[in-house]
Ligand binder design. Sequence first.
Ligand SMILES: [Zn+2]
Length: 105
Amino acid sequence: MMAIEEIDFGELVVCDFCDKHFSKDSPETGGMLFSGHATCPECTERMMPNIDRYHERNYIQQVCPPDVKFHIFVMELRAGNNKVTIFSGDDAKKAIDDRFNEGEI
Ligand SMILES: [Zn+2]
């Protein structure tokens, strides 16, 4: 398998919907993991009416407790793996298959 690039995000957390950055000093609490996407508290609140309207609650994989910082929630989801690996073409499909077979998100 040919990895094109591996990016280590370290402790940087970015909302997958609005691209807002969160550090360990960011005070925001709440948020969710929606269909594999880290969703900040603000986007969670904005998206919930449409999630209900289109019956998409089954895509909510995990919810950050309201008293837990979004940054900590995402860091725990990563479980120490802060790297994103970029693959090309067919390799990308295989990488995704492998990942799901391992039970990862
Ligand atoms: Zn957001």
